[in-house]
Design a protein around this ligand. Sequence first.
Ligand code: ADP
Length: 179
Amino acid sequence: MLVQFGESRLELAQGDITTQQVDAIVNAANSGLHGGGGVDGAIHRAAGPELMQETDRVYPDGCPTGEAVATAAYGLPAKFVFHAVGPIWRGGGQNEADLLGSAYCRCLELAVQHNCRSIAFPAISTGVYGYPIDLAAETSLAVVRDFLQEQGRPELVRFVLFSGGSYGAFARVLELMAN
Ligand code: ADP
């Protein structure tokens, strides 16, 4: 699914983020940047051990929730990995939506700073961190839409959803947004 916002395209795809041919891919990291399961594990496996060596060396204190940091992408087809730390879902009253939105926004700012024309996101926080997929889709897509409408870049933002269920949830929200 594809929607145009000004000069930029917002795309939804189902698949594996590690194979994406884009300038930057986003990792759903934890605040220690120590790696883990899910998309984090897949990205580290595909990138190789240099990725962890760089996060350990450059970001020994990790990254706060709602923020993101950039590294090289090593064995991945992308040029950069942006390690974003989304919130753990605690019922919705702990500022989760703002923190999730801020993690996406920081990645988009990093994309602009690093002259990235294209960026791919996973559905941050919707795995082990337990964020309900429909609510995550609303917040994530709204933040990206607003950024593209205000900044006019990057040229392409692609959400790479791992399961059919998460693709469907994002597609339903994006369809409402586009109409
Ligand atoms: P978090 O701790 O932020 O919840 P997870 O990695 O557990 O991070 O899950 C985030 C989302 O990434 C989930 O929707 C999960 O299905 C998805 N995911 C897992 N592996 C991949 C992958 N290789 N590519 C894209 N998305 C993935």
